[in-house]
Every structure is written in C-alpha cells, then in structure tokens.
Ligand binder design. Structure first.
Ligand SMILES: Nc1ncnc2c1ncn2[C@@H]1O[C@H](COP(=O)(O)OP(=O)(O)OP(=O)(O)O)[C@@H](O)[C@H]1O
Ligand SMILES: [Mg+2]
Length: 404
C-alpha cells in the first residue's frame, strides 16, 4: 500500500513543529503539505486528489475549522478530516463529527494516539475512495456543478448584463445542462428588470434553512425562466441583505452546486460577506472592467481587497474588458499591464442601442448585435460556462504582464 498522505492545516508554528517531529517517527505516513489558512487548505484538498487525511487545527481561520470540515466533506467526500483540539472531550468530538470530521486528536498527541487515529481515518478514506470510484467524485450525491462568480470593478461596468447573457448562453447552447443564475448584489440586485420577470421569493427565503436545503425548498425559492436558467434573486428588501452571512452563502452555494451544472453569480460591485464568499468558492472569478483609468484602478483595489481577505489570489482572477473598441485609447495589452491580472482573450464590445432595445422589449435573450452575441459566446467558452473546459485550462487568457 502507498504511504498515507497527510495534509496539516494551521498557522501555529509550534503545532506545525510538533507534528513534523512526531510524524518522522511514523512509518507508512507522509506529511505532504501545510496550509496556513482555511482557504489554502481547501485549495490544496481540491487540487491534490491523493490527500487521504487532513489534520485541521481548531484555531484555523479565516473560515472557522468546523465550517472548513463541512466544506471538505462536500468537495472531497473521500478525504478524512481530523480536528486538532486543545481539549479532547465528548463535546469536542460531537461537534467535530456533526461537521463531518472523522475524529478529534489532541494538539500534542502521543505517538500511539497519532498512529491509531491516522490509521483509522486513512482506512476510512481509502475505503470511501474505492466505494465512490477512484476518489474523483466531487459532491455528495456524485454531482458538483461549476460556480462562476462575476463582479464589477465599478458600478455600471456591465456585470449584470454579462451574468444574464452568460446564463442565457449556457442554457441555449447546452440544453442538457442545468443553469442557475444567482443575484448576490444584495443591496442593488436588479436581475428581474433585465429578464422581465416578477418573483416574490428570494435568497432571503433560504437563509433560515440554509443548513438543510432540500430540492423542494430550492424549487420554491428559485424562478424558472422560460429561456432556461433558474434564478435566485437578491432580497427584495435591501436591509435583509445583511442576513446573508458568509456561512449561509456557503451553504446555499453548496446546495446549488450539488443540483445545477452551472451556477453563475452576479456579485455586483459592493463587496459583502456573501459576495466575498462567492468569490472564494467559485471555480472561476471574472472581474468586469471598462477601459478607462479610474475603472482599472478600481479593479486593482478590488483585487487588493480579495487578496487581503484571503478570498482569492490575483493570479486566479480573470479580468474582462467591457465596452472595448479599437477606438479606445486604452487597449487590452495596456490594460493587462496596469491591472497585473490575466485578461480574457474575449473583450465585450459596446452595444448600446441593441442592449437598450432588448431591455425595453424585456428580452435580453435577443440582443440584435452580432458582435456582442459572438463575444458573449466566446467568453462563455473561455470561462467554462458551456461546461467544457478550455483546452489550455486557463481560458487562453492574455498572461499577466506585471504591474508598472
Ligand atoms: N457592452 C455594453 N455596451 C453598451 N452598454 C452596456 C454594455 N453592457 C452593459 N451596458 C449597459 O450599461 C448599463 C449598466 O449595465 P449593468 O446593469 O449590466 O451593469 P452593472 O455593472 O451590473 O451595474 P450595477 O453597478 O448597477 O450593478 C445598462 O444600461 C446596460 O444596458
Ligand atoms: Mg448590476
């Protein structure tokens, strides 16, 4: 049998040193990597499918340890999480098990304790991997959709237009795939006016039940649009936006991800706990930017904010230039240099008249501008919205050219 691969998550140097020292004594186990923050751990678990056991310090942040365990259970049901606790008692064990962990362990374990807990956890993990077939099942129930989060560097850059267009494109191009459009612009969400729809329910109806969302609850809260996508609206009363906490967002997006193939999230421009969480959880994050200096600077501030909050690294964000034409003074390469971000190969051309007409007619699905429609389809392919990963995995984006 191959060595059991262990990942350690925690920012306490003493703890890391203790485990490093004690692990060397064990044969058959390999401490393969360390993650300082919960986001790092999640990223590692998602990318390294061969990790068998994750040891998580109960003090890890910014996402609390128990929420991290829940997220791991959701993303990698065959990976065993064990919580490292200062006090190992019945209540610590109950809480850990409820979150989906395989057990708890003292932060200063004896060699025997460590060996026995790791062996049990790994045995479970490998059994589970065999059972679900190779360890690549990505969600409970075997289904894991793709989340694409879109945010605007500034107000009015066209993020809602793009979110709606991408959702419509995904539905029309891939009728075999289920598509969900989520309005997480909690203060100013205005998707209904773009999709000519009226619906009383919203994300506010899911907050209370976020931890135990069922199919019927979703069916009740979402609006099934005639052109394909199902839509989850922002709260009708803006003040209820504050109730959409990071945890609720995490749970709601997890529920959507397990039931839809594609989940497109309009995060708006004003960052809240909810939108930052979406940016953190998404498979792809796109930032809409118009080719003018104030907007490019605003984009940099947004990326700085996400980085500081540990939600997303800049190399993991793609910028989309909107209302871009050859006549603009700022051209894509220059924009990419200023931004220090990867830029989507596709830029969205201006389409004022056609969009105005489509909105007035209550149908963004029929924008009479070939260039605009082509760009949306191309971008949908680049962002993986059509369910097919681009060949180079990075969407063929212009590479980051550094910040001057
Ligand atoms: N490519 C485009 N060409 C021309 N006009 C556009 C384009 N994209 C969006 N618009 C127009 O710009 C306005 C703002 O678009 P939209 O609401 O999509 O932006 P937003 O970034 O979501 O704004 P907000 O900050 O209000 O959420 C709308 O009138 C829309 O029709
Ligand atoms: Mg908007």
């Amino acid at each position: 049998m191959n060595d059991i691969r262990i990942l350690l998550g925690g920012d306490d140097q003493e703890l890391v040193a203790t485990f490093r020292a004690v692990m060397v004594e064990l044969t058959g186990f390999e401490l393969v990597s360390f993650g300082r923050t919960s986001n790092e751990v999640l990223g590692m678990v998602a990318t390294d499918q061969d990790v068998d056991v994750v040891l998580i310090d109960e003090n890890i942040g910014p996402v609390p340890a128990h929420d991290l365990v829940r997220e791991i259970a959701m993303r990698r049901p065959n990976c065993a999480a064990v919580l490292l606790c200062t006090t190992v008692d019945e209540s610590a064990l109950t809480r850990a098990l409820e979150a989906g962990a395989r057990g708890v362990l003292s932060r200063q374990p004896s060699l025997e304790e460590l060996q026995s807990r790791l062996s049990t956890a790994a045995e479970w993990s490998r059994g589970m991997s065999r059972w679900i077939g190779g360890g690549h099942v990505e969600a409970v129930g075997g289904r894991r959709g793709r989340i694409i989060a879109l945010a605007g560097a500034k107000g009015g850059t066209g993020v809602t237009t793009l979110a709606v267009q991408l959702a419509l494109a995904a539905s029309s191009q891939r009728p075999d795939r289920s598509v969900c459009l989520v309005d997480l612009d909690l203060q100013a969400g205005d998707i209904p006016s773009y999709l000519d729809m009226v619906h009383r329910r919203s994300i506010a109806d899911l907050i209370e039940v976020a931890g135990e969302i069922t199919g019927p609850m979703l069916a009740d809260a979402l609006f099934a649009h005639g052109e394909g996508p199902h839509v989850l609206l922002a709260p009708h009363e803006a003040e209820r936006g504050e109730d959409v906490t990071a945890l609720a967002t995490r749970q709601i997006l997890a529920a959507l991800r397990s039931r839809y193939d594609i989940v497109i999230v309009d995060c708006g421009t004003f960052m809240t706990e909810a939108s930052v969480t979406a940016v953190e959880l998404a498979d792809r994050v796109a930032l809409t930017v118009m080719p003018d200096l104030p907007c490019l600077r605003a984009a940099k501030r947004m990326v700085g904010l996400w980085t500081r909050l540990d939600a997303r690294k800049s190399e993991d964000i793609i910028a989309v230039l909107t209302r871009q034409s050859r006549k603009n003074e700022i051209q894509p390469d220059f924009a990419a240099r200023i931004l220090g971000l990867a830029l989507a190969k596709t830029t969205i051309p201006p389409a004022f008249r056609a969009l105005e007409k489509a909105i007035n007619n209550g149908s963004l699905g029929r924008v009479e501008d070939d260039g605009f429609r082509r760009a949306v389809l191309q971008l949908a392919g680049e962002l993986g919205v059509l369910g097919l990963e681009p060949a180079d995995g990075g969407g063929g984006a212009r590479t980051m050219t550094g910040t001057p």
